[in-house]
Write a protein that binds this ligand. Structure first.
Ligand code: CA
Length: 227
């Protein structure tokens, strides 16, 4: 289920929009000021943000700037101002869409759905784990850890993909070889160990205490489980 961060200090508007979003099946986190918005963004890793401009503590613009430093998450800006200049300024700040108050909640729902349709089509080949800290792109065989591009060999990538096809499931070395390279592929079990060691060097912040690829002694390996 998609998670939405709703940042709106007017309690009345917030509760109406929250109810509409929940009716559409989204999980909604509410922040009533800009500081909390940034905290919740980091904690909950939402799929989209509905962000009011005028907020206590930190303004909507500042929240957006802060979030844009690390993320291209879709953001719909809410504003009470109607001038065209503001609309342009909102887009320049990196908002994906812009809704002026007073707005119809139904219209906002349409915008939310349209943006999520667009972005989930773009990201259907990207598997996200550990709150987005590990991204595996199965289309172009690339991988990102903590926002940094990681260069993996084809074999390393394929092994990583096999393990993360079922996080928590234990794969024996023979299974990894069979699934990754095919039954006829001749590889020594220990070759897998070498690949795993190399992958860990690249993706784990502490390869001696790995969180993404766990060793199951006497059996094989498994991908770490994240919620
Ligand atoms: Ca406001």
């Amino acid at each position: 289920m998609k998670k939405i961060l709703l940042v709106e200090d007017e309690k009345g508007i917030s509760s109406i929009v929250k109810a509409y979003l929940e009716k559409e099946g989204y999980i909604v986190f509410c922040a009533f000021d800009g500081k909390r918005a940034i905290e919740l963004f980091k904690e909950e890793n939402p799929d989209l943000i509905v962000l009011d401009r005028m907020l206590p503590l930190i303004s909507g613009e500042e929240v957006l700037k802060n979030i844009r430093e690390s993320s291209d998450i879709p953001v719909i800006l809410l504003t009470a101002k109607v001038e065209e200049d503001d609309r342009i300024e909102g887009f320049q700040l990196g908002a994906d869409d812009y809704v002026t108050k007073p707005f119809s909640p139904k219209e906002l729902m349409e915008r939310v759905k349209a943006i999520l349709r667009r972005t989930s089509a773009d990201s259907s080949n990207i598997l996200s784990f550990d709150n987005g800290n590990l991204l595996i792109n199965t289309e172009n065989y690339s991988c990102k850890v903590d926002g940094k591009d990681i260069s993996l060999t084809n074999n390393e990538f394929t092994i990583l993909k096999v393990l993360f096809s079922k996080p928590g499931k234990i794969f024996t070395r023979e299974e990894i070889i069979a699934i990754a390279f095919g039954e006829s592929y001749e590889a020594y079990d220990r070759a897998i160990d070498t690949h795993i060691k190399n992958i860990r060097q690249k993706i784990e912040s502490n390869p001696r205490d790995p969180k993404y690829i766990k060793t199951v002694y006497g059996i094989g390996y498994k991908a770490g489980e994240f919620n």
